[in-house]
Design a protein around this ligand. Sequence first.
Ligand SMILES: Cc1cc2nc3c(=O)[nH]c(=O)nc-3n(C[C@H](O)[C@H](O)[C@H](O)COP(=O)(O)OP(=O)(O)OC[C@H]3O[C@@H](n4cnc5c(N)ncnc54)[C@H](O)[C@@H]3O)c2cc1C
Length: 441
Amino acid sequence: MSAANINIPNATQPRIVIVGGGFAGLNLADKMSKMNYQVVLIDKNNFHQFQPLFYQVAMAGLETSSILFPLRKLFQKRKNVFIRVTTVTKVDTNQKRIHTLLGGLDYDHLVIAIGADTNFFGNEQIARKAFPMKTVGEALTLRNKILYDYERAITTTDYDERQGLIDIVIVGGGPTGVEVAGALAEMKKYILPKDYTELDCEEIDIYLVQGGDCLLKGMSPEASQKAEDFLKKLGVIIKLNSRVEDFDGKYVHIKGGEKIQANKVIWAAGIKGNTIKGLPEDSIVWGQRIQVDRENRVAGLEEVYALGDIAYMEEPAYPKGHPQVAQVAIQQAKNLANNFKLKSKGKPAKPFEYNDLGSMATIGRNRAVVDLPRFKFQGFFAWIVWLFVHLFSLIGMKNRLFVFINWVWNYFTYDQSLRLIIRPKNRNSKEKESKEPVKNT
Ligand SMILES: Cc1cc2nc3c(=O)[nH]c(=O)nc-3n(C[C@H](O)[C@H](O)[C@H](O)COP(=O)(O)OP(=O)(O)OC[C@H]3O[C@@H](n4cnc5c(N)ncnc54)[C@H](O)[C@@H]3O)c2cc1C
């Protein structure tokens, strides 16, 4: 092995380089660190993000620190784990080497677990103007924007201008879109009338626009119908079979000619794989995912694996690939770690088989929909199940405790008091504090 220039010491153990500290990468690093490997975990952030609760950060319901976990804290006692915070830009599979923004590193085994990003389906104007929610930074930017627009709305007497500022369009009727719509509707009902007494909150319209003919397409028809009923009860305007074609910052243009006035669009309509250069072109398939075999090995490459959202694997029960959800990422990581163990004992590897534990979505307080393999239920009990599943999926006792306290406080007071507009100081602008929140800050 040649000298590494992101300063990882040479070791007698084989080196496994894991790119991405999300659900897949983190679980794999945890398992591999208990075996005889040198584990190098590389992520562009120094923390793990719990994406399922991003929408609560964006809706000022949770603090960012409650859903993030520092990578180093997890591995403080594992001397064979090395963490580097940088972006991996390229893979050289012939030399068995990766390139990062800080330098290169040789590997014996490489695992790509870089997840996915928002897919705007090639519409650059929408990409520029709409608000995605795929990183905690984006969730915070959205929180700032929503709150700032209400602040601006009370300063104008012009009806049209005010409508543009207070109305919100959410595009995409999957779990994220449904959860955001529910949270916004509750903010409109319980919080805004208290915070903005000068605003007629009845004027606020929340639209949920979905291209298909139902919400929560991956779930049961009962869940989908109930989610629609719950949202309608909360006053959300649902537009099914409506495809958003453009958004110019003032109007959302829907195929067929309809226009909705709103200067804020939350884009929850699709994802595509993150990219790293150097992989064979034919291994990148639909949705920019990396095609892998049943052992998560990238087709045609030696000792290169892909896991989680970025991996596209067909198995008999999932001929079109697995859903891009946390459980797939976690289970693939466990299977791969187990395969390393089996191989070290000279035993054959086990092909991955996804065990679907169910899916769920919450729609404001007291309401959720849950599809388990044997039972489907909706309403209050489903909401309790949703709360506990999410609470126990968080990493770290402190995070669980803080989120729990936050939720209990919010449940009884209807008010989380986190509605703060916090943005970095713009060094180049003389009007530092008056700058409107912009995307990707
Ligand atoms: C808003 C939202 C809500 C969701 N809700 C749910 C839910 O309720 N239930 C559910 O099961 N799933 C949910 N998901 C999906 C779930 O979060 C993903 O399936 C899961 O995170 C995939 O795990 P992963 O490890 O493959 O990727 P990720 O968790 O996305 O991790 C990828 C990691 O790679 C890092 N990275 C990316 N590129 C590079 C690079 N070039 N160099 C270095 N590091 C890099 C990133 O910083 C990140 O830490 C939700 C997703 C979103 C966005």
